[in-house]
Design a protein around this ligand. Structure first.
Ligand code: KIV
Length: 263
């Protein structure tokens, strides 16, 4: 995946191959992850895995801009998505002002907005003012407090019909792709089949147009909890702890630094 993707090339993958999206929060990891990713998401999940908070709600726009800049520096060849944090897109005007800041102060390629039908007017306002938007429907982490927890969506007919309406409304408003999170796999597949833009799933089964994972979950670095949909491709926390233990032991035993590390 050497060529930087564009909105057009992302859309053209629909029906041809699944998109690979991964989060990153800094230049170091963005550079490591970039060679095998289509899209890098600077998710507000950084508030949990990077800043140690219990949810995403206290992430600020300044923080998102700081981390997006770092990711853009590390992954110069990647399509970068900046998550709009909670409370920064409650009205059309606020959404445009804040996402304009993201576009002016970083080289992010688009912003991501959580919400379906209820956010369609805002998405339309942004896209008609030159801000590319990735939607996000289903389980919305920014609604965790109002919903009283992380709830899988699409379990009954009412929720399923709402999800389909949400997907159609977000597409109609001009979003070029959409994340779908925490949704029963059969309904997520149905949604992917009833819109023309790519649907990128997280906890939404294999029948959608791509997958996204939080990098610190995927690398097994985040230890607080592991959602069912996470696959750990590395036992990162054990490897890091083992390396640190060895370093600590060698320092205490005066085995490090050796001759080769010494001027
Ligand atoms: O913030 C984030 O990392 C996200 C993903 C869970 C899609 O929005």
């Amino acid at each position: 995946m050497n060529n930087k993707m564009t909105i057009t090339s992302i859309q053209k993958t629909k029906g041809l191959r699944p998109l690979v999206m991964i989060t990153a929060y800094d230049a170091l990891f963005a550079k490591l992850l970039e060679p095998s990713a289509d899209i890098i998401l600077v998710g507000d999940s950084l508030n949990m895995s990077f800043a140690g908070k219990s949810d995403t709600l206290s992430a600020t726009l300044d923080q998102m801009i700081y981390h997006t800049n770092a990711v853009c520096m590390g992954a110069k060849n990647s399509f970068v998505v900046c998550d709009m944090p909670f409370g920064t897109y409650s009205t059309k005007e606020e959404a445009l002002k804040n996402s304009t800041r993201v576009f002016q102060e970083t080289s992010a390629d688009c912003v991501k907005i959580e919400g379906g039908e209820d956010k369609a007017d805002i998405i339309k306002y942004l896209t008609s003012n030159g801000i590319a938007v990735c939607g996000h429907i289903g389980l919305l982490p920014q609604s965790v407090r109002s919903e009283g927890g992380y709830k899988v969506k699409g379990k009954n007919e009412k929720e399923q019909l709402q999800l389909i309406d949400d997907a159609r409304a977000v597409e109609k408003a001009g979003a070029f792709c959409m994340v779908i999170e925490g949704v029963k796999a059969d309904i997520a597949t149905e949604i992917a089949n009833c819109v023309n833009i790519p649907i990128i799933g997280i906890g939404a089964g294999v029948g959608v147009d791509g997958q996204v994972l939080v990098f610190s979950d995927m690398l097994g670095l985040f230890e607080e909890f592991t959602p069912k949909f996470v696959k750990k491709y590395l036992n990162g926390s054990s490897l890091v702890k083992e390396a640190m233990k060895n370093y600590s032991k060698e320092v205490q035993n005066r085995e490090f630094p050796q001759e080769i590390h010494t001027y």
